[in-house]
Ligand binder design. Structure first.
Ligand code: ADP
Ligand code: MG
Length: 612
C-alpha cells in the first residue's frame, strides 16, 4: 500500500489552531489588545461593528513593526517575546505563544497598517486566507492598526454558533474591562457601530474603576495592601454598601493578567462574612505581583486559569489583607450599622453566637402600602388608575384557592386601591396576622395559610406586568426627579437589550452616553426611591433567567426586583387587600421565579397533633 500521511497545508493547520485561540469576536479583541499593550501603547482605540462580526479595528500608538516583522508576525509560532523554552517561565508580556495573529488571519480578512517611530512611512499588509495578498507603503501614524473583517467568513459553523449581538458584545466589553483595569495608565476609546461608547483617559486605578463601574462604586472603594516574600497584593475592595447581586465587578489580576481562581474568590468572600447577604457580591479589584517563575500561565489556551506554586499561602494572606482593610475602616459587624434582627436569616450567620446584623441599602422610610394621594392624578388612564368598584364582599371566598368565581377586578394596584372605599371593604373581613414582618398568617378553607410576603408580591407584580405587556395598554407612569444611574459594560448591554420592554412597562430611561443612564419615569408600581437599585437587580435577575423567552425573562426579573425590598409592617386592611390581589393571580401559589409562596397547615394535621 502506498503512503498516506501528508502534512496539512499551513492554511488548514492555522484554521485548526484558530479553533483554540479565536472562539468569538471577543477573543480577537483580547489578543489584539494584549499585543498593543505589549507594544508599549499608551492610547488605544477600539471599533466594533455588528458585535465584531463585520469589523473589529484596533489602533495603538505603540512601537509599530518593520516591513519584514509585520509579515513574520502572521507566521505560526512567530513571536518577538520569547526565544527559548525557559523564557516561558519568565514571561512579563501578555502574549507569548506567537499564535494569535496566524490564527486570526486564518479565519478573517485582516489588514494591518503599521509604522515605527524611526520611519517616515509605514507599511500596509493585506492577508487573505492566511496568505499575504498585498504589501505596500502607506502613510500612517506611528503605531499599528489591525482591521479584522468578516470573522469566520470561511467557517459558517462557527459563525452560526455565535450568540446574539448583545451577548457577543458583552464578551467583548468583558475583555476590554479586564485589560483597561490592568492598564489604567493607557487611554482607551471604544466605538460601537460608529458612535463613541466609552472613553477612559489614562489615570490611576481608583479613577479607572470609577470610569468603568461608576462614581458610586468609586466612592466606596477601600485600598488594600499586603506583602510577603513571595507576593505583593494591592488594589481595592468595595464596602458592603456597594455589594451587588452579581459578580461582574470582581476582578483578580496576577502580574497585570486577569485570572480566575475559586480559592482566591472564596478567601475574599470569607473576609466579608457577616457583612453582606450571602448571595451578594462585593466589588473587588485585586492585583498580585509574583515572580513569574512562581506561576504557570501556560496551562490554559485562553489563559484565565493560573497555577500558583504558593497558592495556600497567598490565599491566607489575601483573606487577612481584606479583613484588615475592612476592620481598619470600621466595617465589621456590630459597628456603625443599624441592627435589625428580624432579618437575621437573610444573612449568612455563623452557627453560634449572636451577631448584630448590619443593615444596608434599604430605605427605612419606604412603605409601599402608603397611599399616595396624588397618584390618581399623576397616572394615565391605564392599568393603574382603573376603578375597582366590584371588590368582593365575601373575603372568605378569596381564600378558597379556586377564587376565580369572584375575582377582583384585574386592573388594580396596591396603592391605588387603598383609597377609603377599599379600606372600608377590607375592614369587614377575616383576620390576618403578620409574622416576623415576613409572612401573613390567615385562615383558609382547609388549613392555616402562611404567605411569604415578598414572594407573593413578586407574583402579583409578575402577572400585572405580564398583562401589561400583552395588552400593550398605555401605562401609568410617574415622572420623577431624574435619577442618574451608572452601569457596568455588562449591565449596559443587558439594559440596551431590554430597553424596549422596560419602556413598555412604564420606565422612561435615557441613555446618557458612556455607561450612564438617566431614569426620568418609572412604572407606578415601582418605588421611585428604589428605582436605581431595582434596575440593577432587574438586570442581574434577567441574566439568570436565560432559559425563558425574552418577555417572560424581563417581566420576571422586574417583578422579582421590585417585590418589596424590605417587608414593612402591614395594617389589617393592607394584608387583606394584598391577599385579594394574590388570589386573583393565576399562579398565586408561586413567586415570580417559581418558588412556593404559600404554605398550608392542614386543619386535619393540626387536629391530629392535638389528638394524642
Ligand atoms: P505573541 O503576541 O504571542 O508574540 P502574536 O501572534 O499575537 O504573538 O503576535 C506576533 C508578533 O507580532 C508579536 O510578538 C509582536 O512582535 C508583533 N505584534 C503584534 N501586534 C503588534 C502591535 N500592535 N504592535 C507591534 N507589534 C506587534
Ligand atoms: Mg499576542
Amino acid at each position: 500500500m502506498s503512503d498516506i500521511i501528508q502534512l496539512l497545508p499551513d492554511s488548514v493547520a492555522n484554521q485548526i489552531a484558530a479553533g483554540e485561540v479565536v472562539q468569538r469576536p471577543a477573543s480577537v479583541v483580547k489578543e489584539l489588545l494584549e499585543n498593543a499593550i505589549d507594544a508599549g501603547a499608551t492610547d488605544i482605540t477600539i471599533k466594533i461593528v455588528d458585535a465584531g462580526r463585520t469589523l473589529l479595528q484596533i489602533t495603538d500608538n505603540g512601537k509599530g513593526m518593520s516591513e519584514t516583522d509585520v509579515r513574520m508576525a502572521f507566521e505560526r509560532h512567530a513571536t518577538s517575546k520569547i526565544r527559548s523554552a525557559e523564557d516561558i517561565f519568565a514571561i512579563t508580556s501578555m502574549g507569548f505563544r506567537g499564535e494569535a495573529l496566524a490564527s486570526i488571519a486564518a479565519v478573517a480578512h485582516v489588514e494591518v497598517r503599521t509604522r515605527q517611530p524611526e520611519n517616515d512611512c509605514g507599511t500596509r499588509l493585506v492577508i487573505k486566507a492566511s496568505e499575504v495578498d498585498l504589501q505596500e507603503p502607506v502613510s500612517c501614524m506611528v503605531g499599528t492598526t489591525f482591521v479584522v473583517k468578516n470573522l469566520f467568513y470561511n467557517i459558517p459553523a462557527r459563525r452560526k454558533f455565535l450568540k446574539t449581538n448583545q451577548v457577543e458584545q458583552k464578551f467583548i466589553f468583558n475583555e476590554i474591562t479586564q485589560i483597561a483595569l490592568a492598564h489604567c495608565n493607557v487611554a482607551f476609546s471604544i466605538f460601537v457601530d460608529d458612535s463613541l461608547f466609552a472613553k477612559y483617559s489614562a489615570t490611576n486605578l481608583k479613577q479607572r474603576i470609577g470610569a468603568i463601574f461608576g462614581k458610586k462604586v468609586e466612592a466606596q472603594l477601600l485600598p488594600i495592601e499586603g506583602q510577603t516574600s513571595i507576593v505583593a497584593i494591592h488594589g481595592f475592595v468595595g464596602t458592603p454598601e456597594v455589594a451587588k447581586k452579581h459578580s461582574y465587578s470582581q476582578y483578580l489580576f496576577v502580574n497585570k493578567r486577569f485570572f480566575r481562581q475559586k480559592s482566591f474568590q472564596a478567601a475574599i468572600m470569607r473576609a466579608y462574612q457577616n457583612l453582606i447577604a450571602s448571595k451578594d457580591f462585593p466589588p473587588y479589584f485585586v492585583f498580585f505581583d509574583v515572580n513569574p517563575a512562581h506561576i504557570d500561565v501556560n496551562i490554559h489556551p485562553t489563559k484565565t486559569e493560573i497555577k500558583f506554586v504558593e497558592e495556600q499561602n497567598i490565599v491566607h494572606l489575601l483573606e487577612a489583607t481584606v479583613k484588615h482593610t475592612l476592620g481598619r475602616n470600621n466595617i465589621v459587624p456590630s459597628l456603625d450599622f443599624a441592627d435589625d434582627t428580624n432579618y437575621s436569616d437573610l444573612f449568612a450567620l455563623p452557627a453560634q453566637g449572636e451577631v448584630n446584623i448590619p443593615n444596608f441599602s434599604v430605605n427605612p422610610h419606604y412603605n409601599p402600602f402608603e397611599n399616595e394621594k396624588t397618584e390618581k392624578h399623576r397616572g394615565g388612564a391605564g392599568l393603574y388608575s382603573a376603578p375597582h368598584k366590584q371588590s368582593p364582599q365575601h373575603w372568605e371566598q378569596l381564600f378558597d384557592l379556586s377564587a376565580a368565581q369572584n375575582p377582583l377586578p384585574q386592573q388594580q394596584t396596591f396603592r391605588s386601591a387603598l383609597n377609603t372605599e377599599g379600606e372600608k371593604q377590607v375592614h369587614e373581613t377575616g383576620t390576618c396576622m403578620q409574622i416576623q414582618k415576613k409572612y401573613i398568617l390567615t385562615q383558609g378553607k382547609t388549613g392555616l395559610m402562611l404567605i411569604d410576603i415578598k414572594r407573593a408580591h413578586s407574583r402579583i407584580l409578575y402577572e400585572r406586568f405580564m398583562a401589561q405587556l400583552q395588552t400593550a395598554k398605555n401605562v401609568a407612569q410617574r415622572s420623577i426627579v431624574p435619577i442618574r444611574i451608572d452601569v457596568t459594560a455588562q449591565e449596559m448591554s443587558v439594559l440596551l437589550e431590554i430597553f424596549p420592554q422596560l419602556t413598555e412597562l412604564g420606565f422612561e430611561i435615557e441613555h446618557f452616553g458612556n455607561n450612564t443612564f438617566v431614569i426620568h419615569g418609572t412604572p407606578a408600581d415601582i418605588d421611585t426611591a428604589q428605582a436605581e437599585a431595582i434596575l440593577h437587580q432587574c438586570v442581574a435577575e434577567y441574566e439568570e433567567g436565560k432559559s425563558l423567552n425574552a418577555r417572560e425573562r424581563i417581566v420576571r426579573a422586574l417583578a422579582q426586583s421590585a417585590a418589596l425590598f424590605r417587608n414593612p409592617t402591614m395594617q389589617q386592611s393592607e394584608m387583606q387587600l394584598f391577599l385579594a390581589q394574590l388570589f386573583q393571580c393565576t399562579e398565586h401559589n408561586l413567586s415570580a421565579d417559581g418558588k412556593r409562596a404559600i404554605v398550608i397547615l392542614d386543619y386535619s394535621e393540626i387536629f391530629r397533633k392535638f389528638n394524642n
